[in-house]
Design a protein around this ligand. Structure first.
Ligand code: ASP
Length: 336
């Protein structure tokens, strides 16, 4: 059984189907589509800003182009997150943080908004693309969330790309872990305040030309987390949410408050009151701030608009809709 790993996006002139949703549009239908991606909201250091910016360009431009050509929102969010998982600038896939035991445990989730199917993996190791394993869970298992060794066994059986921890581990993370173990202070913080240390989950949300939305999120979690810790990125409703009637959201930041705020669902719900993605994501962030949480959220709505908000010093984000494309990291960079 092959894992249906990103088969069509970006080379698809023909969109792939999702469930029983019609994939043909009628003459005269509005051709609206939008994409938003993120590479984490935290105190991104000056020296890492260019790498973050650069890392967003290809997933955003190629993902948006695939949407233009008719690819499905689901294929495009998986495609974009796979590219971000490959990029060592981000804390997902290659470049993910080690946990306190020196293991690399990753979380990911994916959701489509038409029938609201979802798949997720948590504390999974030894896979190259956790987001694709999450999609496999959604499409090839009766479950929504698989964790730890069970998730890894599923990935192997489903034909996912397996790999060693060593091949995902980059020098930066090994060095951080070694310094933490040596007792160096100040390398780990429990929150994402201006003083917080590295994080950088990745995510994508899309609306395709057929009115379908999808969301995906992938992370190595928080630096020096306890073995077995699961953050928001694996949890549908908290890190990832999609509903064709409203829109789709992917979150990043300090996972524990995001979990308690059910942030992705809160953001999508905020679209219901007629707000656009910018205002709705701001409303969701206010809710997070009430729990003293720090982070960011990206959103697309049914009307084909993309937006993002964050309450950390910086957030790596890329937005693309009919108004144009932009990749941003700084707070002062505003999009339209
Ligand atoms: N939200 C992620 C977690 O808590 C971390 C991040 O977004 O950087 O696992």
């Amino acid at each position: 059984m092959a894992l249906p790993v990103f088969k069509t996006a970006c080379r698809a002139a023909k969109p792939s189907g999702v469930g029983s949703t019609p994939t043909r549009f009628r003459h005269g239908d509005a051709l609206t589509f939008a994409l938003a991606i993120h590479g984490g909201a935290w105190n991104i250091p000056d020296g890492a800003v260019d790498a973050h910016r650069h890392g967003l360009v290809k997933p955003l431009t190629e993902g948006f182009d695939a949407l233009r050509k008719g690819a499905s929102a689901l294929d495009v969010v998986e495609f974009a997150v796979r590219l971000l998982e490959n990029d060592t600038a981000f804390n997902a896939g290659r470049g993910a943080h080690l946990n306190s035991a020196g293991e690399l445990e990753m979380d990911a989730s994916i959701m489509e908004g038409t029938t609201r199917r979802a798949g997720a993996v948590a504390a999974i190791s030894g896979v190259r693309h956790p987001v694709s394993v999450a999609r496999g869970v959604m499409e090839e298992s009766p479950h929504v969330l698989l964790v730890g060794p069970g998730a890894k066994r599923f990935a192997k059986r489903a034909g996912a790309e397996m790999c060693t921890t060593r091949s995902l581990l980059v020098g930066r993370e090994l060095e951080r872990w070694t310094r933490i173990r040596a007792g160096e202070r100040g390398l780990v913080t429990t929150e994402f305040s201006p003083h917080a240390k590295p994080h950088g989950t990745v995510g994508a949300v899309a609306l395709d030309r057929f009115g379908r939305v999808a969301a995906a999120t992938s992370t190595g979690g928080t630096q020096d987390k306890a073995p077995g810790r699961v953050g928001d990125s694996a949890i549908v409703g908290s890190g990832t949410y999609a509903d064709d009637r409203r829109g789709a959201a992917s979150c990043t930041g300090w996972g524990e408050p995001i979990l308690r705020a059910v942030l992705a669902k809160t953001a999508v719900d905020a679209l219901a009151s007629g707000r656009g993605p910018a205002a709705a994501s701001r409303a969701a962030l206010r809710e997070l701030a009430r729990l003293s949480g720090f982070g960011g959220v990206i959103l697309v709505d049914k009307g084909g608009r993309a937006g993002a908000s964050f309450n950390t010093p910086r957030m790596a984000r890329g937005l693309a809709d009919s108004r144009g494309l932009a990749v941003m990291v700084e707070r002062k960079e505003r999009w339209l």
